[in-house]
Ligand binder design. Structure first.
Ligand code: A2P
Length: 257
């Protein structure tokens, strides 16, 4: 049996010159935990060309959704950005990843801290009713350079808030904090700076970060992860993994160079 399923692209939306999202059919046998990623791609010159992508859709959704950067000379994304409905998409059968709830100890507030396409696993997590059962408050922070790059996240959050089933819970529990670094906006500054200064918590009317009650998931560039990792270690947060749950977990955003 092949290592991947052959799916059909059903919709594509371009958000900026460098960002797009797309949906595809989902094999009923493809199971994943919200927050995981899998290999996806295309046949190129007769061979599969695959890269790691987090599922943006929740595990209960019928379709699959992905959020991608466009790299002009990237082997996969230079082609993927031209996807059209009806095109074929290869989807690896083995989802994996550390941004899953079982890798975290129980807590009351979940911080989802993402930059750029590092938002992707968190959209899956905030669509999952299980997240709202586990936590009293879920804080989604999305850091980008420019306002236009927030578009996809803004749409997903608006859809959840208006969702027939999840809307009421999400309105009570989900706190969305978009921030940009390179133009004026209602929230500005890097996530690191907002955490270190406590501005994030004071803007959201939340208590200071506390390792007894707060859990953190990180997804972004290597530099962002390194800085936030250091910050959390400084506050004595322990990193969780599949064998030992902890107070925070990390995944690199999969950016094609
Ligand atoms: P900045 O504009 O100050 O570099 P990128 O597109 O480079 O991945 O950046 C996405 C967002 O992440 C930008 O707002 C960027 O801010 C921010 N960023 C970059 N490096 C870090 C870091 N080490 N810690 C926190 N945020 C970062």
């Amino acid at each position: 049996m092949s290592n991947f399923n052959t799916e059909t692209v059903t919709a594509v939306r371009h958000w900026t010159d460098t960002l797009f999202s797309f949906t595809a059919t989902r094999d009923p046998g493809f199971r994943f935990i919200s927050g995981q990623f899998t290999m996806i791609g295309l046949h190129v010159e007769g061979r599969p060309l695959l890269r790691a992508y987090s599922m943006c859709s929740a595990n209960h959704e019928e379709k699959l959704e992905f959020f991608s950067i466009k790299v002009p000379d990237g082997p996969l994304t230079s082609r993927l950005q031209h996807l059209q409905p009806g095109d074929t998409l290869l989807v690896g059968r083995k989802p994996v990843g550390t941004l899953i709830q079982d890798n975290l100890l129980p807590g009351t507030t979940l911080y989802l801290l993402g930059t750029g396409t590092g938002l992707a696993p968190f959209t899956s997590i905030i669509k999952d009713p299980d997240t709202y059962e586990r936590y009293e408050t879920i804080v989604l922070v999305h850091g980008c350079r420019e306002i236009a790059e927030l578009g996809y996240g803004e749409q997903v959050v608006a859809e959840i808030m208006n969702d027939e089933f999840l809307g009421e819970l999400a309105t009570q529990k989900l706190r969305y904090y978009p921030t940009v670094t390179r133009e004026p906006f209602r929230n500005t500054g890097r996530i690191t700076t907002l955490m270190e200064s406590g501005k994030l918590q004071s803007d959201l009317n939340l208590p200071p970060l506390n390792r007894e009650t707060d859990r953190v998931m990180l997804c972004g560039s290597p530099a962002m992860l390194q800085d936030l990792h250091q910050y959390l270690q400084h506050h004595h947060f322990t990193e969780g993994n599949h064998s030992t749950p902890g107070q925070f977990v990390i995944e690199k955003a999969f950016v094609e160079k």
